[in-house]
Design a protein around this ligand. Structure first.
Ligand SMILES: NC(=O)C1=CN([C@@H]2O[C@H](COP(=O)(O)OP(=O)(O)OC[C@H]3O[C@@H](n4cnc5c(N)ncnc54)[C@H](OP(=O)(O)O)[C@@H]3O)[C@@H](O)[C@H]2O)C=CC1
Ligand SMILES: O=C(O)C1=N[C@H](C(=O)O)C[C@H](O)C1
Length: 249
């Protein structure tokens, strides 16, 4: 039997927090040491790793606290972080191990590689890239963290930074589409768990690569796998490509 480890759940009463609790329940090598939400001060000394699906602000505050005390390791799923908040996570990761991902599913992490591969081969002057994401009505950030990861993969395939090639949302008299840009479109409706499509469009053909999440437990299981992986890692900022072994050192 594998060694027991102790996990904290941040955002425990939220949709993802509850899904993580259930995913942990299914494992016999994990003890849930603390569960906490906004306004609660957890005893972090009880945890080997904390799984956090809360808010951008809460995740950054938690990362700073853990970095100051030298642990525990973190798995962070919150999305909608500003560039300054991203930088704060990077700084915290100099002191502790953090797995951070906008999507913990296997399918999306395979899709990221496919998108980079396609973008590398489809000439930017001929092929437009548009990323379409759909989520439930309660989601508060857009584009989704996953859509941004897919955009980064597409930009990387073209040897560019997403920040340099991202379009503003189309609205009103937009003018013609500029070649080489990557666009984002957002849908919010009902209870959609999370759908993402990357469309490559030339004047002769359309290639679409898509992923649909069927149940939120998918993300929770991935985050728990990340927690088991990260608790023994050196300080650093990791992602699911590292956890899944898709990125070789
Ligand atoms: N990476 C991935 O695979 C996925 C990422 N997400 C992301 O995870 C985040 C949470 O999503 P979801 O569970 O749907 O959202 P919910 O709104 O259902 O849950 C958020 C939870 O965080 C809690 N919270 C707020 N502030 C703090 C704090 N300071 N410390 C601890 N907990 C806090 C809230 O508590 P209270 O209600 O008391 O304020 C609430 O329980 C979002 O950013 C979402 O985009 C979601 C799914 C998958
Ligand atoms: O808020 C959600 O629900 C989800 N958020 C993540 C994102 O922003 O990409 C992942 C997933 O699609 C569900």
């Amino acid at each position: 039997m594998s060694e027991l480890f102790h996990v904290g759940i941040s955002g425990a009463r939220g949709r993802m927090g509850r899904a993580v609790d259930q995913a942990l329940d299914a494992r016999d090598d994990v003890v849930v040491a603390v569960r906490f939400d906004w306004g609660e001060t957890p005893d972090l000394s009880l945890c080997d790793v904390v799984i956090d699906f809360s808010t951008a602000e809460a995740s950054v505050a938690l990362a700073k606290t853990c970095a100051e005390r030298g642990g525990p390791a973190l798995v962070i799923g919150s999305t909608g972080l500003s560039p300054e908040q991203d930088a704060a996570l990077m700084a915290a990761a100099e002191k502790i191990a953090i797995v951070r991902s906008g999507n913990f599913s296997l399918g999306v992490n395979i899709l990221i590689g496919l998108v980079e591969h396609a973008a590398q081969r489809l000439e930017a002057r001929e092929w437009d890239i548009e990323i379409i994401e759909a989520h439930h009505r309660l989601k508060v950030d857009a584009p989704s963290g996953t859509a941004l990861m897919l955009g980064e993969a597409a930009a990387a395939g073209r040897g560019a930074d997403l920040a340099d090639v991202r379009t503003s949302p189309y609205d009103g008299i937009t003018g013609q589409r500029e070649a080489g840009k990557i666009g984002f479109a957002t849908i919010r409706a009902g209870g959609i768990i999370g759908d993402h499509t990357v469309m490559f469009g030339s004047k002769d053909e359309i290639l679409t690569l898509s992923h649909s999440a069927i149940d939120r437990s998918l993300f929770a299981k991935g985050a728990v796998a990340a927690a088991a992986w990260v608790r023994t890692r050196r300080p650093g900022l990791y992602d699911m490509q590292d956890v899944l072994g898709f990125r070789q050192a």
